[in-house]
Design a protein around this ligand. Structure first.
Ligand SMILES: Cc1cc2nc3c(=O)[nH]c(=O)nc-3n(C[C@H](O)[C@H](O)[C@H](O)COP(=O)(O)OP(=O)(O)OC[C@H]3O[C@@H](n4cnc5c(N)ncnc54)[C@H](O)[C@@H]3O)c2cc1C
Length: 386
């Protein structure tokens, strides 16, 4: 296996580094308006949707260049490329693969310009891990679908203009995966009600969304009726590829080492304590494993092969890292560990407390660790079904 970059890839990496040196101030020097300026700059560079085809307004970059770009950005803690989080993560790729020409023209430029947010209507009360059992109904009547039912845990719903929604259009399929359809729904359609839910950090990032006979024009059907499961699997695998997360985690690990160096255990820097060292070494090893896994997925993508279940391995590592690195950091802080983020004596600005409050995002969102283990066991190791 050759880990070296080609001369062209090295030139691209140097271009990215040069741009970052010139345009990206260190984190503590960025003002509140910086993300906006940054979004414009990277859009002008055509780095938003960098690997999307040029015909739809993307950068036309190849997969390897995209990985280099994301790795460099993450290692400098750059803001995301565009603020349309779900639009860029999976709605856009799903539109590129399954959308009609009209849908692509209508939605993709706005996603690239981060004009508004998209939200994702998959989970329902009592239906999360077993997503294919979803019950929200979509009934075709003439040139409309009539949607009736409820979704829950819908991130960003109260700010989103559009939702990518899964509904059941047919109950007669041989399996529960059949008869699921994907619709694009405007959130201000009559009959849509959003009821925000706050997380334990009191951030109202999620919502219940109710659909009471909501009319969705048939031109907002994504793919074909009954193709919703296939579209979703592709979308979630997109979410799980994970190579760029490695640089972000390495950056966090450096902060953790700094903290261990500055904290004391038995009168000595905690970084000299064998148990602390062992835990940090374990995290470092996991990150290294994630990087090699990420490179393996990348190799498959470069060869034009589909990346699927194997991305669950990195999703599982990420969940572990988010939770356990924050736990160790708070433990190292002793009594200071109980201070709220942003308070005067909070260590490292309280970043680890913030992390501890929001770990569920990385751990549960997109599929819980148990579900990732099931995927690995059944689809990769060929063990009997759960
Ligand atoms: C931060 C965050 C953001 C989210 N954003 C969205 C969003 O935007 N849109 C959306 O649709 N959903 C969203 N979700 C919902 C998320 O996808 C679901 O919470 C998740 O899939 C788990 O489903 P559940 O909550 O119903 O838990 P359950 O499926 O009820 O699981 C409960 C527990 O049982 C375990 N379990 C379940 N089935 C099995 C099994 N077969 N084998 C072993 N263990 C099992 C699970 O691992 C878990 O520990 C979000 C969740 C979070 C936390």
């Amino acid at each position: 296996m050759d880990f070296n970059l080609t001369p062209e890839q090295e030139a691209f990496r140097d271009e990215v580094r040069g741009f970052l040196d010139e345009n990206l101030p260190p984190e503590d020097e960025r003002d509140a308006m910086f993300p906006l300026r940054w979004s414009k700059l990277v859009r002008e560079k055509r780095w938003v949707g960098f690997s999307w085809p040029e015909e739809v307004g993307g950068g036309g970059g190849n997969i390897m260049e995209q990985a280099i770009l994301k790795e460099e950005l993450a290692s400098r803690r750059a803001p995301p490329l565009g603020s349309c989080i779900m639009g860029l993560a999976w709605v856009g790729p799903a539109l590129i693969q399954y959308g009609t020409e009209e849908q692509k023209q209508r939605f993709i430029p706005d996603i690239l310009d981060s004009k508004y947010q998209w939200c994702t209507g998959y989970s329902e009360p009592d239906i999360g891990s077993d997503l294919a059992a979803l019950q929200c109904r979509g009934e075709r009547r003439g040139d409309k679908y009539i949607v009736k039912g409820q979704k829950i845990w819908t991130s960003l719903a109260q700010w989103a203009k559009w939702m990518i929604l899964l509904v059941r259009t047919d109950n007669d399929g041989r399996t529960k995966h059949e008869g699921i359809t994907c619709l694009l729904v405007e959130m201000d359609s009559p009959g849509v009600t959003v009821a925000p839910i706050a997380n334990m950090a009191r951030q109202p990032f999620y919502a219940e969304v109710f659909f009471d006979e909501v009319e969705v024009p048939v031109e907002n059907l994504l793919g074909e009726e009954g193709q919703g499961w296939q579209i979703t699997i592709g979308a979630l695998a997109n979410e799980r590829s994970g190579i760029s997360e490695v640089s972000g985690l390495l950056w966090e690990l450096d902060r953790l080492k700094e903290l261990a160096r500055a904290s004391t255990r038995d009168g000595k820097p905690a970084l000299e304590d064998a148990r602390v060292r062992r835990r940090i070494a374990e995290y470092e090893t996991r990150i290294a494993a994630m990087r090699f896994n990420g490179l393996r997925y990348l190799t498959k993508q470069i060869k034009g092969e589909r990346v699927g279940s194997e991305t669950s391995v990195n999703k599982l590592h990420t969940a572990y890292m988010e939770k356990y690195m924050a736990e160790l950091a708070i433990e190292l802080q002793g009594s200071y560990g109980c201070l709220a983020p942003g308070t005067s004596h909070a260590v490292q600005g309280g970043r680890w407390q913030k992390e501890a409050f929001t770990w569920a995002t990385a751990v549960i969102g997109g599929g819980t660790p148990n579900i990732q283990r099931n995927i690995i066991a059944e689809r990769i190791l060929g063990l009997p079904r759960d």
